[in-house]
Design a protein around this ligand. Sequence first.
Ligand code: SF4
Length: 454
Amino acid sequence: MCGIFGVYNNTESAKLTYLGLYAVQHRGQESGGIISSDGKKFHSKLGMGQISEIFAKDDLNGLKGSNAIGHVRYSTAGSTSLLNAQPLAIKFIKGNLAIAHNGNLCNAGSLKEKLEEEGSIFQTSSDSEVILHLIAKSKKKNIEEKIADALSNVTGAYSLLFLLDNKIIAARDPYGFRPLCIGKLKNSFVISSETCALDIIGAQYVRDVEPGEIISFYNKKMHSIKFSQNKKRAFCIFEYIYFARPDSKVFGKSVYSIRKNLGKQLAKESPADADYVISVPDSANVAAVGLAEQSKIPYQIGFIRNHYIGRTFIEPKQEIRDFGAKIKYNPVPETLKGKKIILVDDSIVRGTTSRKLIRMLKHAGVKKIHHRISSPPIKCPCFYGIDTPQKTELIAANKSVEEIRKYIGVDTLSYLSIDGLVKATGMKKEDFCLACFNNDYPVEPPKKKNNGKC
Ligand code: SF4
């Protein structure tokens, strides 16, 4: 869970990157940063918190040069500290090099051990640093070959941006777990986790970086190299369910349309009689609109969300999560009192937040609650960059749907089926990673964490 953004060949590269990072802020709020290159020197500013907290006006003026990359971080590997904030920069034989990474490597632990035995000294606990070491150690000649060589050793999920003195290089893992797209802004190229960030700076979407592709931006052009012939795709379907912004196109398709289809499909699979459809804002809003449309039941605003705190799912510590749930949503009694409602949420992870929300609704006078979830039960942890907890903490891994219904206290509870989920995307099942629902991991999970595997 991270967002990356880069601008090649624009005198305002850092300022545009700053705006782009705002647009992908939902992908990570713990730390962030921008590194720019003026052709000889790197300029950087990194900090903890959100983009608005990290950068002051003077910081942006100091980020000189026509190439820049940026990152917003949510830690799924490595601790929460400024040391692990990205982009991460080093100096090596070819000059300066910085990396911004979205995803999680599966074999970073064993690679790190091996590199340390060979004398490498690591500055951070993030898995992304392993890639820098592998590049620096590669015997290949040019930087694109060195990156391809390094990436042939790592497994897992990665969408990457590299900044060099006079280049930006983008790369995506052979399965394409995480999105990465390219846009054009006059003579500049823009690379982003999501297309919503292209829209914000007026860039035109060109295409996605393909799985197993390295794209190098230099001499004012883009140059493509395939570093893997893998044909199997494993796009993270959770990007459509929850993670990506609905105004983005991800894996070539509109997140809004697909998320709305999830709601429609859910209504077909599990109809219910109610006065209103309401959503858990904001991530379930679009699915609720689809469900309401399909059911011909009016959509109403049942919760007001306080936007001045982070997403509960995105906060790593349990205490913060508990605190967050209480101050984040407030029910609207005028909509809810004496009503039968269909409450739509995108997922149930631990069940603790759902339970609190249901209590609030009952307190507000709701008569009957049909809870509908626009994804299948999450039964297995994610090892590819989405922060789901260990199996022991996943409610659906440990309780039946009926037990969950009782635990959270609703009248009826239904999840979307796996087939219904895939159908709503209009794509093939083979295109997706569905591991958190069906235990079918496309890439072997990290050895140390295997005890968490289903
Ligand atoms: S395990 Fe789930 S969350 Fe993780 S990449 Fe696969 S579909 Fe996405």
